[in-house]
Design a protein around this ligand. Structure first.
Ligand SMILES: Nc1ncnc2c1ncn2[C@@H]1O[C@H](COP(=O)(O)OP(=O)(O)OP(=O)(O)O)[C@@H](O)[C@H]1O
Ligand SMILES: [Mg+2]
Length: 241
């Protein structure tokens, strides 16, 4: 992971071409083409088992494609022969179950990616405080994760995802463990945060309303294929596929 500079992160475009993956001869993703312009958000919708998380794992470098390619900007990060390691892709990730270390403090969790990148403690502390402020959690740094509510834990996970200024953020159903009111408000906050940061994002959800609140384009998968795509134009979504 590149050492953070302290400057706001600039997103990079994502280009997916003919992406495919099979497990035990069974196609899980087929002929996926996606274009995510720099600084925009693409939401992935679709029924359980349609391949949403698998597609995120391919973007993250946690899976290798069987066919096709993934480019971040002009950089080829994955094809049948190439697979850039996840920590070299400049990504932040937020999962449904938060994936925080419960025994560690909030500061410890959020600062972990910087520690891994070898950032010295004073700079780390400054950056952790800035990331926590961005998600509205200025005063909880010394608390243990287990002493926070679900919504607060997801904000911590968000702060950890942005602290190293990733060029791309990946979200896998980050709000589905939260109650409806919190989901609606946190979804808006994530949208505002992405706009402020200018980070490119791919956001998996089951919820069309959530997708349309956040995303510039919404792509629906079914049985591993793109079956529908729409782009936002003003307050409307226009079908593109
Ligand atoms: N490592 C694996 N080995 C074999 N099959 C897998 C593996 N990972 C995923 N699959 C299969 O791939 C398909 C897509 O799974 P995936 O987790 O991407 O779905 P999803 O759209 O994220 O579903 P959900 O909405 O329930 O999270 C499923 O049929 C799943 O069983
Ligand atoms: Mg999933």
């Amino acid at each position: 992971m590149a050492a953070p500079t302290g400057k706001p992160s600039a997103g990079t475009s994502i280009s997916v071409r003919g992406l495919g993956l099979s497990f035990d001869g069974q196609a899980v993703l087929s002929e996926i083409d996606l274009e995510v312009p720099a600084g925009t958000t693409l939401a992935l919708l679709g029924p359980s088992g349609c391949g949403k998380s698998t597609l995120l794992k391919l973007l993250a470098g946690l899976q290798k494609p069987g066919a096709g390619s993934i480019r971040f900007g002009t950089e080829l990060v994955a094809d049948a022969r190439t697979c850039v390691a996840p920590e070299r892709r400049g990504l932040g990730m937020v999962f449904q179950d938060y994936a925080l270390w419960p025994h560690m403090t909030v500061d410890g969790n959020v600062g972990f990616p910087l520690e891994m990148a070898g950032v010295a403690r004073p700079e780390r502390e400054r950056r952790v405080a800035a990331a926590l402020a961005r998600v509205g959690l200025e005063h909880v740094g010394k608390r243990r994760i287990s002493a926070l509510s679900g919504g607060q834990q997801q904000r911590v996970a968000l702060a950890r995802a942005i602290v190293a200024e990733p060029r791309i953020l990946l979200f896998d159903e980050p709000l589905s463990n939260l109650d409806r009111d919190l989901r609606v408000s946190l979804c808006r906050e994530i949208g505002d945060l992405l706009a402020q940061l200018g980070t490119t994002a791919v956001y998996v959800t089951h919820d069309r309303e959530e997708a349309q609140t956040l995303a510039h384009q919404v792509v629906t998968l079914k049985q591993g294929r793109v079956v529908h795509a729409s782009h936002r134009s003003g307050s409307q979504y226009n079908e593109t596929f």
